[in-house]
Design a protein around this ligand. Sequence first.
Ligand SMILES: *Cc1c(COP(=O)(O)O)cnc(C)c1O
Length: 512
Amino acid sequence: MPIGYIDTRSKPAKLLNFSDVILKGIASSGGLFVPEKIPHLTKKEIAALAEMPYYMQAAYIYKAFKIDFDVEQIITLQKKSYGKNFDVEEIIPIAKVDDLYILELFHGPTSAFKDMALQCMPNFFEASIKDEKERKNNDTNYLICVATSGDTGKAALEGYKDKEGVKIIVFYPNHGVSDIQFKQMATQTGDNVCVVALNGNFDDCQNAVKQIFSDKTFNKLLEKKFNTKLSSANSINWARLMPQIVYYISAYSKLLAAGEIASREKIDVCVPTGNFGNILACWYAKKMGIPIEHIVCASNENNVLFDFINSGHYTIKDRDFIKTCSPSMDILISSNLERQLFELCGHDYTQVKAWMKQLNTKKEFVIDTDTFKALSKDFSAGYCDQKQCLASIKHLYDSCSYLMDPHTACAYNVAKVHKGPNKMLIASTAHWSKFGPDVYRAIHGMQPNQILPQEICAMSGVELNMHLAKELKIKYIPNNIKSLLKAPIRFTKSIDNDVQKIKEEIVEFLMK
Ligand SMILES: *Cc1c(COP(=O)(O)O)cnc(C)c1O
């Protein structure tokens, strides 16, 4: 029997399968899908994983979740997901730096950790569409609709490009992403892709896309006119989270096999957090049997999660959205927290629904004592302002010749503060070259947002990276970044943050 899926806001009715959940993305109640139960791996199983290539580890864990695919198919799809598309054979190398372990999750085709999920999910998505067409004898196509703060958009485009039965449209905050992120998206290749800039911040983008998803009339129109259903690649899709559980398990088994940790030892993990997807995956890994003691949530100045984890009070009242040098963490409403709360409060969907409603109407909610206790048991939290972030980049480079991106630097800064007796693993979520200007500021001891010297300002993102690499005698810049220098721009459109306009954009794209 496969493990079925329930959602965070309604009474479990008929349990859905993994292949249903991946296509639906979000539940009809507005809630998020979670597995009805979490599989457990024995110590022996976890240790044995170290002998396998990464794709087999991923297949093993998917098998443990008893998804409704046969084993051969899971292996084939995972092999396609984690192979030559990554620039190192081990897929997720771990660097031992300072007294910490840095889990490098950025070796995929867009140099952000989102590739870990988005090189995998579309393969399962494509297979699920094919399966649905055969099973139901229909010809339903899908449109992946994404709101991105920068990294997700590119990783989703790269994952879904030229897949069958599916198109993808990406909305990002106009001027809210780096030059490299902009170029990565604007130069995207593939026949089934579209990229549009929205005037607004990421929360505006996300809210607009959420509204579109819940607009029944519009969804009906798409089905009738284009035979197309909307689906999501944001981390609200459970299939985005599953691949992320894999790397925590894999990393632990690797450290164990290498003798870096003893089998009795617990580890701590520090995760730079935005939408709470990556850190939630870490929590699932813990529940599956990985001996993680503290999961440390690292935020930037948008530290709503820091306050929440310390107080049980989530509030975005009187809180301004701050644009920082770690833009993928510039988020005030962390969608995946909903899943975490659902798991911690004993699957009380009525309660979760009430909290989410309060957040929507009153801009705040307070969790009950038991849920807060459960939260405090697994999580601690810290945050890092931009000045500390840049100083951390410089410090680690000067002391260990290791260059981090600003998101990883937030986690490094927080991890140093929270480091106790346990070994500490940090999730490194992007290659530094995706955020060259701020890394330049850091290395040159400049202030956050300080205007760059004129000759640096005049450079494109890639040129700046090459300049910095030369200066620091760093040989490696990922190919996908270097190639942006010559790639032709395909998408330049920007529109107002208006649901009607967004709908028109979607219809226009589907008519092509
Ligand atoms: C998306 C992203 C994050 C935040 O991850 P969540 O799963 O949203 O918490 C952190 N760093 C980088 C570089 C990212 O792209």
